[in-house]
Design a protein around this ligand. Structure first.
Ligand code: FES
Ligand SMILES: [Fe+2]
Length: 456
């Protein structure tokens, strides 16, 4: 493995001064190994949704970086995340995707663990171990910190990482665009259907940067826009809502989170129109009117793709999904995509959304197919000895960022680019890589939690 030197990344391989990034960070296998340690063991990662483990004994096998983990609810109702690896010799203690069980019994030699992680059964404990193994010391490895935020479960391996809410900072408002109910009530989402999982032949940072807010690639989606796969049938999303809105990019430099948003004009009518279904259209109009009432001015804000550092992507308002880009080597990513609906939405609304979600997102979704084609070909065309000598350009819109941005009296937290005139900017992409470079250079969370120094 290459030796890590101070500031090798920030303004070295990731040059935020000139807006250039080396292809090495995508294709170099030593760098990939380093980021497993520097990024994935320290960050807060999305593990799953509480609706996937609603009853005691329920479990869902997920991943944190390359590692398999078990999200489960113990008999007392407490949620846990454990490393899915037996303490005896490492066998995966759970080889199913999901289910319900009082104990996880290791298939290799039969150690068994209760769903609170305690080692409860050791074959031949009396005869072979002479009762000398201290079972209380050999339970499943548990994450250092876990947070349930409005039903979404997040975890980190790092005891010194800030709390999840501190990690989010003011980006929380934008995460809420995905997790609050359509009518503005706090929380209330559930996962619909299964989790889609598939492999793509590119580095995980290609999709992560795209969802950070690549506002430049509409050309890729021209065919889905023309076909009109969206709920209104006039584009790939609810285009009426977008027409009545200002389009902004927002990022948080100290945290590495970023997103696009739409801000509806103050006097714009609630805009949904859902083709061929007056009942469904009426349901959304009613929810949107309630949202405007309960959230006040903030009810005018709707979300577009965003990214919580490092590898959780948000797609807040239709199709409402969360994706995780699991690293699987420098040249491969395993995508997991969850689909969210309001738990109390009528069945026909959930079904309408389910159909829209799968024609938009996932391995069979037309829009996501466009994106994947770009990432996969870009990755393979960047691996060659000659290709990797040449940096990528990230200079679009440098120097045009604004702080303390206000629109019709509504304050927008974060650093903002107004895309109404500029059409596109790479601010959010630079923000993502700047934070990535800081993680790669930093020795610990004292160096990473810069907001503590800046704000006393
Ligand atoms: S590896 Fe699990 S009991 Fe031996
Ligand atoms: Fe796209």
């Amino acid at each position: 493995m290459a030796t890590k030197t101070k500031s090798k990344y920030l303004n070295g391989l990731v040059n935020t001064i000139d807006g250039k990034i080396s292809r090495e960070i995508f294709v170099n296998e030593d760098i990939y190994q380093q980021e497993q340690e520097q990024v994935f063991t320290r960050s807060w990662l999305f593990v799953g949704h509480e609706s996937q483990v609603s009853k005691p004994g329920d479990y869902f096998v997920s991943c944190m970086g390359e590692e398999s983990v078990i999200l489960c609810r113990d008999r007392e109702g407490q949620i846990h995340v454990f490393l899915n690896s037996c303490r005896h010799r490492g066998m995966k203690v759970c080889r199913y995707d999901e289910g319900n069980t009082p104990v996880f019994t290791c298939p290799y030699h039969g150690w068994s663990y209760a769903n609170d992680g305690k080692l409860v059964g050791v074959p031949f404990f009396k005869d072979a171990y002479h009762e000398k193994l201290d079972k209380s010391k050999w339970g499943l490895v548990e994450v250092a910190q876990l947070h349930n935020y409005k039903g979404t479960i997040w975890a980190t391996w790092d005891t010194s990482a800030p709390s999840f809410l501190e990690y989010l900072g003011d980006f929380r408002l934008y995460l809420d665009l995905s997790l609050d109910s359509w009518d503005g009530r706090e929380g209330g989402t559930e996962v619909i259907g299964g989790v889609q999982k598939w492999l793509i032949p590119c580095n995980w940072k290609f999709p992560a940067e795209n969802f950070s807010g690549d506002s430049y690639h509409n050309i890729s989606h021209r065919s889905v826009d023309m076909v009109g796969i969206g709920p209104s049938g006039a584009g790939r999303r609810d285009t009426q809502e977008r027409v009545n809105s200002r389009r902004l990019q927002v990022c948080f430099p100290e945290r590495g989170h970023q997103t696009g948003i739409y801000v509806l004009a103050g006097d714009a009518p609630t805009p949904s129109s859902y083709q061929d279904s007056p009942e469904i259209s009426e349901y959304f109009r009613r929810c949107e009117a309630q949202r405007r009432e309960s959230k006040g001015e903030w009810g005018r804000v709707t979300g577009s793709p965003g990214e919580i550092f490092p590898n959780t992507a948000l797609h807040p308002r239709q199709p409402r999904t969360i994706a995780v880009w699991h690293p699987r080597g420098a040249h491969q990513t395993e995508v997991w995509r969850w689909y969210l609906v309001d738990a109390d939405a009528p069945a026909e609304v959930k079904d309408f959304l389910r159909q829209y979600y799968i024609r938009y997102s996932g391995p069979g979704g037309l829009t996501e197919q466009d994106d994947m084609e770009n990432w996969n070909y870009a990755h393979s065309a960047s691996r060659g000895t000659i290709a990797r000598r040449h940096d990528y350009s990230y200079a679009q819109g440098m120097g045009y960022e604004q702080t303390d941005f206000e629109i019709d009296g509504l304050k927008i937290p974060g650093v903002v680019m107004d895309l109404t005139e500029a059409k596109s900017s790479e601010q959010n992409l630079r923000n993502f890589y700047k934070r990535w470079a800081e993680f790669m250079d930093a020795d610990n969370w004292d160096e990473l939690a810069t907001w503590r120094n800046n704000h006393g």
